[in-house]
Design a protein around this ligand. Structure first.
Ligand code: SAH
Length: 401
């Protein structure tokens, strides 16, 4: 029924063990004249069925597997079942009474390669990252409507990563329902405005939820009139949590996006915290930190959560230099005995490499750094044990002396 793509001997092994990718080098013979994103059956050299997935002849990851069941058609009931399982997982793992902002579908981590869906108080924001997901998008949206019964669905196919798949960048649009004037979510009972159309990524970073909560423990221990750097603040998620836990804290929110900082102010107000007791600084974070360092400024808490420095493996050496430099500045600006939190969301930088950057940075500035806690993606960003590439986020809570 589906065109057949034969796999080189031995290359089926990881797929049979649950890894959903076939690289282009693993193809023995591909069907000719099939469009990017077409569904295909993978077969072994004897013609035996291995798996069913979608194919893009232009990308290194040539096929992403959807099922290993030869009887399973890729239709709306297939998509509905996968979405139902994802909904069930969120109900199991999250406190949905306190939190209505979370990732509902995490691509390969929910066995739906190419699809990301974030849920914001009943509004769903969908990203399709691959030609195969684009091909299934209409059916996927229908299935989401059936299973999740959202107020509205927004398609955000405006991420630069789509170019690698040969896909167009599409301006965000509402595909179902109507958007409220303002989308306001609750996360651990704190409130945040989310711009689902023009905000970064899908509008909010739900992957930091547990880390924001963990930060509150350290904030409660701080002396009064403490100062916190929230570097790369976006809409000030971490700072709102910090101020909720320690009302006398003064947070310095640094971001190069004025729009993010405007929303950050509103987020303080949404939680009855006076924004005028906080700083919102539109600046390039590295230069701002360098300046602070030259002035000899020291802070009681420093948190740095930059965008991914490595978007792919080839960026890695430069990214590691960037993380080391960032960690160096972070350590230098942390008062002796205080807490530093550093994050990396680069999928290609491993935890070992990131802690290596911390080690090098501490040595460079002759300070001692202890790692207290290590966090990764939260449970709404699940990682398939068979495909641990999904484990992109690393967050280190440290004490600097
Ligand atoms: N910590 C945030 C998420 C940060 S996303 C949260 O919890 O929601 C990364 C942010 O870094 C974005 O808002 C982006 O505008 C900002 N950014 C990227 N490069 C920057 C730079 N060089 N200097 C300052 N901000 C930067």
């Amino acid at each position: 029924m589906y065109p057949k793509l034969s796999v080189k001997k031995g290359r089926e092994y990881q797929i049979l063990r649950g890894h959903p990718w076939l690289f282009s080098g693993g193809i023995s013979q591909a069907p000719s004249k099939v469009a990017a994103g077409s569904l295909v059956d993978l077969i072994d050299i004897n013609g035996g069925f291995i798996a069913r997935g979608y194919y893009n002849p232009q990308t290194d990851i040539a096929v992403r597997v959807l099922t290993k069941d030869p009887e399973q058609e890729i239709d709306s009931s297939f998509l509905r079942a996968r979405i139902e399982a994802a909904v069930q997982l969120r109900n199991q793992a999250l406190d949905t009474a306190a939190t209505d902002a979370y990732r509902l579908i995490h691509a390969e981590g929910d066995f739906l390669p190419g699809f990301v869906v974030d849920s914001y108080a009943g509004t769903l924001v969908v990203q399709s990252h691959t030609a195969g997901a684009d091909g299934l998008l209409e059916m996927f949206v229908e299935a989401l409507v059936d299973v999740a019964k959202p107020n509205a669905i927004v398609i955000r196919n405006d991420s630069g990563g789509r170019k690698r798949e040969g896909l167009e960048i599409v301006a965000p649009y509402v595909v179902r329902g109507t958007l409220p004037d303002e989308v306001i979510v609750r996360e651990n009972n704190l409130r945040f405005g989310v711009d689902v159309i023009a905000g970064q990524k899908t509008g909010f970073f739900t992957d930091q939820r547990e880390k924001r909560q963990a930060l509150q423990r350290y904030c409660r221990q701080l002396p009064d009139d403490s100062r916190m750097i929230n570097g790369f603040s976006y809409t000030a998620g971490f700072a709102v949590y910090a101020a909720a836990a320690k009302p006398s804290i003064r947070t310095f929110n640094i971001d190069e996006s004025q729009k993010a900082l405007d929303q950050a102010r509103k987020n303080f107000e949404l939680n009855q915290i006076d924004p005028s007791a906080h700083e919102f600084i539109s600046a390039e974070a590295f230069s701002w930190m360098e300046q602070q360092r030259e002035q000899g400024a020291l802070y009681d808490l420093v948190l740095l959560d930059p965008p991914a420095f490595a978007k792919s493996h080839k960026d890695k050496p430069r990214a590691l230099k960037g993380y080391t430099r960032m960690n160096r500045l972070g350590i230098a600006l942390t008062k002796p005995g205080s807490i530093l939190v550093v994050c990396s969301c680069s999928g290609s930088v491993t935890l070992d490499e990131f802690t290596g950057c911390l080690r090098d940075a501490a040595a460079d500035v002759s300070r001692q750094v202890q790692i207290l806690e290590i966090f990764q993606n939260g449970p709404d960003h699940p990682i398939s044990a068979a495909a641990q590439e999904g484990n992109y986020l690393k967050v280190l809570f440290c004490r600097v002396s």
